[in-house]
Design a binder for this molecule. Structure first.
Ligand code: LMR
Length: 392
């Protein structure tokens, strides 16, 4: 049987992780996978998460199964954090293994409900979006997104491409902190995109993996809230990996907003999909999130630490933009200070990215995406000097 298998292409980001691990150089710099690191290079367990784990260890009396869609208290707490209160009647939701699990379950729901739907992806997008879509056999369409010349949004290209969306298509949007470019739509651009997609009768599917890493917890949910209020049906794949720092706990939520009359039907389908794919979703991370969001002191401490994380990344952005300006004697990289979240795409060629890795031990994704949080005050000038050198 196994001789019929063919080798799978490696995931570019995970392959880079392994290459970095195997590199013996002491001064190597990891700007690859999207994991937050503090100034010492550590991905800390957040204070509120530690406190909730301690408390949970004391009070948890059973490890028996939860519901197929996870604990409803988790869905309620996270949905309120994302969308604000008052939407219960429209919300069906299922806990999933991480944000990727939510994407996968959401796209399976699309395949069940709308067999002919094409799924529109920003070009570029997180590579696993297209990979999962191909695996599921869903047709993919691209919409232009990034202007490599300016490091900003190619808004004319985006609107032109989205004019070809058809009724019933699904448009995948990054709610904030676009991965891999770091370039986000502004409020006016979001409004224009929403108007166009609504006029086409398409369904927005929002990937929200970095809430709190851009402009703040509420600000980063602004576009998602606007879309939730405007569209009759919306899918949202939310991740707690980054903003709660619980990457390996695999904590995500798929939210399906729709007509209250169909809430039970949709909820039943989400539970069915969980049962088919893994039965009950992981609970530990979801329980920590529920405890933190439901306890005033834990929530305040978590929000304060999340804000420290966000501001650290903003400080790194500003100092990298400045260091690149000095090292290259150009304003070419000023966009780094405008971008939001963990990532910026620098606009280097693949050959330049390879040279940085081979000669300087600086690891970034092949499209020149860097993880800002992989830097610190000491490595910012090192990166800037190395980029100036490969540019010649
Ligand atoms: C990333 O883009 O680096 C993260 O979302 C981690 C991953 O799974 O790729």
């Amino acid at each position: 049987m196994f001789d019929a298998l063919t080798a799978q292409p490696p995931d570019t980001i995970l392959k880079l992780m392994a290459m970095f691990r195997d590199d013996a150089r002491a001064d190597k710099i990891d700007l690859g996978v999207g994991v937050y690191k503090d100034a010492t290079g550590l991905t800390p367990v957040m204070r509120a998460v530690k406190a909730a784990e301690r408390r949970l260890w004391e009070v948890e009396t059973t490890k028996t199964y939860t519901g197929l869609a996870g604990d409803p208290a988790f869905a309620a707490a996270l949905t309120t954090m994302i969308l604000g209160p008052g939407l219960d009647a429209r919300v069906a939701a299922a806990a999933t293994p991480g944000g990727t699990g939510a994407l996968r379950q959401g796209l399976e729901l699309v395949r069940m409900a709308a067999a002919g739907a094409r799924v529109w992806l920003s070009n570029p997008s997180w590579p696993n979006h297209a990979s999962i879509l191909q695996y599921l056999g869903l047709p993919i369409r691209d919409y232009r997104y990034f202007d490599a010349g300016t490091g900003g949004i190619d808004f004319d290209g985006l609107i032109t491409d989205l004019r070809s969306v058809k009724t019933g298509d699904v448009v995948l949007l990054h709610g904030c902190c676009h991965n891999p470019t770091g370039a986000d739509l502004d409020a006016g651009q979001w409004a224009a995109v929403a108007e166009l997609i609504a006029a086409k009768g398409a369904v927005p599917f929002i990937d929200l993996a970095y809430q709190g890493f851009g402009d703040g917890l509420d600000a980063d949910a602004g576009a998602t809230r606007m879309i939730a209020a405007r569209f009759p049906e919306v899918l949202i794949a939310a991740s707690c990996s980054k903003n709660f720092g619980i990457y390996r706990e695999r904590t995500g939520l798929l939210i399906a907003l729709g007509d209250p009359a169909r809430k039970i039907l949709v909820q039943g389908n989400l539970s069915f999909l969980n049962r088919q794919n893994y039965s009950f979703p992981p609970d530990h991370g979801a329980r920590l999130v529920t405890m933190i969001l439901g306890d005033e002191a834990l929530r305040a401490d978590w929000m304060a630490e999340l804000e420290e994380v966000r501001l650290n990344m903003m400080t790194l952005r500003l100092s990298l933009a400045e260091a690149l300006r000095l090292a290259t004697n150009t304003t070419r990289f000023d966009f780094v200070a405008q971008h939001r979240g963990m990532f910026s795409r620098l606009g280097l060629t693949e050959a330049q990215v390879n040279t940085l890795r081979e000669t300087c031990g600086i690891y970034m994704v092949g499209d020149s995406r860097i993880n800002i949080a992989g830097l610190n005050a000491a490595t910012v000038p090192v990166l800037a000097a190395a980029v100036a050198k490969v540019l010649g």
